[in-house]
Design a protein around this ligand. Sequence first.
Ligand SMILES: *Cc1c(COP(=O)(O)O)cnc(C)c1O
Length: 413
Amino acid sequence: MKFNTALLHGDFAGDDKTGATLTPIYQSSAFAHSSAEDLEKIFHNQAPGFSYTRISNPTIDAFEKRMTKLEGGIASIACASGMAALFNAFCNILCAGDEIVTSASLYGGSIDLFRDLEAFGITTHYVANNDLEAFQAATNEHTRLYFAETIGNPRLDVTDIQALSELAHKNNVPLIMDNTVATAYLVRPLEFGADIVVNSTSKYINGNSNGISGVITDGGKFKWDAERYPGMKNFKKFGPFAYIAKLRNGLFRNTGACLSPQNAFYNSIGMETLGLRMERICKNAMELATFLSDTYPDFTVNYPGLASSKWHDIAVKQCGDEFGGIITVRTGSKEKAFAIINALQLPLNISNIGDTKTLVIHPESTLNVHSTEEEKAAAGVFDDLIRISVGIEDIEDLIEDFKQAVDKSANNI
Ligand SMILES: *Cc1c(COP(=O)(O)O)cnc(C)c1O
């Protein structure tokens, strides 16, 4: 099945009991069983079934199955947010004394999270994305995972996943990819060798910005060495499902990172149109980026679809001829950036991406408020930069609006 068909048809859709076309919202904290023996079996993973929604729930299960199918993995765990998913994905395999090597081109929240992990004895080394020598140089006997974003938010660099996964495996560590910006519509990191994929499904997967959530999907191929990952020892018996089994029976349930069934339902609805939305979003973004870069030579327009992007070639190799919905523009000054944001009529000034509506933000004064100057520069955040998350509006209206906003900003400064 091709992309859209597979999203619509599978063992996740509908409800056998009633014929409902989507798995209904099981808004129940716990699930009763007729005998103590039955519940014992469920708690011992000896029978399928549900006991408590912090651990699993039929509506959430249906959404997780969709995500597994979407990313081409073997199992998924849905969390309350993208950040909860990242925390759980990392800490499921880390102990005090372990080290992470990551691309420095990251979402601001991830940089903040790595700082929080220092209190637990986990050290993070930042290196330039796609600089394999730098990744290797930062790797030592304590390194336990590599991390990068498929398309960095907001630097818009494109990670060469195949090259990075080969290096990770040479060093016996898994590669965890954040696929939020690209989505599986553009690239499936597991197919390029990544081991675990995390999505902030609050964004393109949900699509309408009506619920926060995040999902961890495991490819099931990484060979966990119990010496290096002592926590995995008791889960070896689950074979390829060891990582997910450990997570669901451990950190995920114990941190209470579960998603609400209601939000899982919204996500299942939203993701049915992921392909359609992405098709339109990518087309709009390409046209808007082209317009901005052709019309305003003083601006630096960054979009992986433009030949001027340093990452255009890797983007073509991994994504084909569509390049996602995020564009950044360096306008020359913070005043100019603010003036344009203030003059735009259609885009919402908002800290979000991946909506049906076009969104803009000045990341330096908002999302990266906790980052050091060095972290900001490495993440591609400058004080004259606007980030645009392109929506599904009619492109003529978007271009018209950007045109009047830039004109107005010229008069105001
Ligand atoms: C938004 C985002 C996150 C965090 O997700 P939340 O759902 O907001 O917790 C992580 N990574 C990237 C790339 C994001 O854009």
